[in-house]
Design a protein around this ligand. Structure first.
Ligand code: SF4
Length: 245
């Protein structure tokens, strides 16, 4: 894909906060700062537009990009537009397959493969713990099952087997968020020769050629408000179908 021009309509995001952020990035880079981005994607995201965004960040001189699907943490004001697992994999496959060599990501290559549906990992909720004014949040920043005063108390007081997609906890059913799963991918890299080789291979075969994924880029994108919500924090029939897919 390198060198080929994809066409994107950025007219909708040329105003307001996006444009201000671009100007801020440009200025920061001009003054010698190292700039990275962190992008959370929700239901209704246009994969072609996201790929155009990557191009733009690289052209600006951004050092690396991070990605994660959004998830329905309990306090989010909008509970309707989070992705289920099946749709997350599809979206990230469309975005990250046929990858341009110019795109630089500053995160685990195996986690990106997990998002594309090429790998499966169990959650490591303590991998990126959250500490705030109330203490250490149990079990992760997405859920709120109380707080611990110390990290040791967090580790010892949480019933970790009750969390993660495989646990059957409906609150975790569709989660693929980097706070829980990128730690698992990193652990895989350093847990033995298999993980290390998989990471090296991911670094060598960077394009992930996939003609079907290329076709997905031309599919019409449904506006997020045009269809029913699929993922809620409570377990429902549709949610579990998405989880198993
Ligand atoms: S799957 Fe892991 S990261 Fe996601 S909500 Fe559950 S405990 Fe938190």
């Amino acid at each position: 894909m390198d060198g080929q021009k994809e066409h994107h309509d950025f007219s909708v995001c040329r105003e307001g906060g996006y444009q201000q952020a671009i100007e801020g990035i440009r200025e920061a880079i001009k003054r010698g700062f190292r700039v990275t981005t962190n992008t959370t994607l929700f239901d209704g995201a246009d994969p072609k537009s996201v790929r155009g965004f990557f191009d733009e960040m690289m052209e600006l001189g951004v050092e690396g990009m991070m990605l994660s699907p959004g998830y329905s943490y309990e306090k989010a004001p909008d509970q309707k537009h989070f992705l289920g697992r099946a749709r997350t994999r599809r979206l990230f496959r469309a975005i990250l397959a046929n990858r341009k060599k110019s795109w630089q990501f500053n995160q685990s290559k195996l986690f990106l493969e997990f998002l594309m549906g090429k790998r499966n990992y169990a959650c490591t909720p303590w991998g990126m713990p959250t500490y705030n004014v109330f203490g250490w949040q149990k079990p992760c920043y997405l859920l709120q099952d109380g707080y611990a005063d110390t990290f040791q108390e967090l580790m010892e007081s949480v019933e970790w087997k009750n969390y993660g997609t495989e646990s059957g906890n409906p609150k975790c059913a569709n989660c693929m968020v980097h706070s829980g799963y990128e730690a698992s991918a990193v652990d895989h890299t350093f847990s033995g020769l298999g993980g290390l080789w998989a990471t090296i291979k991911a670094g060598l075969t960077t394009t992930y050629r996939d003609p079907d994924a290329l076709d997905m880029l031309d599919e019409p994108v449904k506006p997020v408000h045009a269809f029913n919500p699929l993922v809620q924090i409570e377990a429902g029939k549709t949610q579990m179908e998405e989880t198993r897919a």
